[in-house]
Design a protein around this ligand. Sequence first.
Ligand SMILES: Cc1cc2nc3c(=O)[nH]c(=O)nc-3n(C[C@H](O)[C@H](O)[C@H](O)COP(=O)(O)OP(=O)(O)OC[C@H]3O[C@@H](n4cnc5c(N)ncnc54)[C@H](O)[C@@H]3O)c2cc1C
Length: 380
Amino acid sequence: MIESPHYTAEHEIFRTNVRRFIERECLPHRKAWQAECRPPHALWEKAGAAGLLCTKMSPEYGGADGDLYHCMIIIEEQTRACFNELAFYLHSDIIAPYIELYGTPSQRQRYLPKMATGEYTAAIAMTEPSGGSDLQAMRTRAVKAGDHYLLTGQKTFISNAQTADFILVAAKTDVDAGARGVSLFIVDVREAEGFALGRNLRKIGCKVQDTSELFFDNVHVPAENLLGGAEGRGFYHLMQRLPEERLIMAMSAVVNMEAAADEAVAYAKDRRVFDKRLIEHQAARFELAEAKTVTTVARAYLERCIDLFVENQFDAEAGAMAKWWTTEKCCEVIDQCLQLFGGYGYMKETPIARRWMDARLGRIAGGTNEIMKDLIGRSL
Ligand SMILES: Cc1cc2nc3c(=O)[nH]c(=O)nc-3n(C[C@H](O)[C@H](O)[C@H](O)COP(=O)(O)OP(=O)(O)OC[C@H]3O[C@@H](n4cnc5c(N)ncnc54)[C@H](O)[C@@H]3O)c2cc1C
């Protein structure tokens, strides 16, 4: 793997902690968690105690006041161990910032410290059975009734919901107002009457990560749980946060394709076919040369995206470009590398096969790659 030039000594200490955590607390349990299609809630508490959660959050709420590189290091260490099948970043870098940036002071005090320790785990629910790409067409409704809202609708494909203590739910508070009619609610699912967790869906990859259906039948949500206390801001908040989510997905894609290319080079140097090492066959060498070139270009592009992000210049189009291109290239490179492993590449226990299965999600989640291109196209 090529490492970013931006890491400090403190980042490297953090890396050692993360590596140890993954080796001790995750890898020995991988098979059991895969069988259950979910990690235990206790994992989040252990991750919090080890300082792995909410690294970017302000210390005022229990965070570590870190930066995007802490998130990158967690992704790099997960990738090194081929343990990309659980998105630690979803809790820490995607959901917590909604509350930190847009929540009321009491919402921040109530949820953020517990997210930092892992006492609370969280999910975010936008997608519905009738569609995820066209968010404005969502059917889940929240109707004001005095000091609370009544939430009714369904969500699907929701990551982390099996262990979540609360879920950030997108719902329509005004069905005639288009994007301005969408609001976000913090739903304390453990105490919400009318809420039901549906199936934990079986997936082709990311097996440790749970992915669930959710049902809301007149769920009583206190008005104080409307994110930020004002209706109609939900779509705006989602659009504000999606570029960073897409950058994180690009980080994961680039690191993953680098790891796949490195593993394929190592294998091709070792494997003998027709009395020579695989890498000595020009056809194989060309494949590896292509993979190495694409990953090098992708890394350079990613570093540029991170610089833009740090300079506050990383907008919606930049996020869409980074996400579609890197996730697409990631799948191409991993597929090319898997081929070099021959039959071993098709065996579930090999890291390259796991990378192949896990990486496919990148082209779908966080907004499909077709939607990314549509977004870019509309900005031209
Ligand atoms: C494992 C997993 C985890 C997920 N986690 C979450 C989560 O935590 N929270 C959450 O809210 N959602 C989550 N999702 C949902 C994900 O964001 C959606 O699946 C995605 O946005 C696509 O929505 P859809 O599945 O309804 O597909 P659809 O919107 O029905 O799209 C179907 C196809 O049509 C294409 N399409 C749609 N519109 C256009 C258009 N205008 N032009 C061209 N093509 C188009 C799409 O690209 C896609 O290929 C997750 C999904 C998966 C698979």
